[in-house]
Write a protein of this length. Sequence first.
Length: 111
Amino acid sequence: ELRSKILSLHLLLSILQNAGPVFRNNEMFITAIKQYLCVALSKNGVSSVPEVFELSLAIFLALLQNFKVHLKKQIEVFFKEIFMNILETSSSSFEHKWMVIQALTRICGDA
């Protein structure tokens, strides 16, 4: 099950990174992202499996880069519920905190 989850996350990442204007502005695709992908990301965003967590972060960054205009509420939730929670929780691993800091650095660098 873990292998298929990782493969699925890789495929989603590839689709989102290479999304052209047709995907980026398609209401059905954007609705599907909001209803399904953002929910799945919030679950995988707290995964203890480093590769799943890292891929989830990469997918979030791809969404931020290509779909931020359509996903403002979802982005806010991800920052509050995932990023801040990981950074503030003492039980979060150093590796997870480091990946979040790297993602935040990348986001700030792109701003």
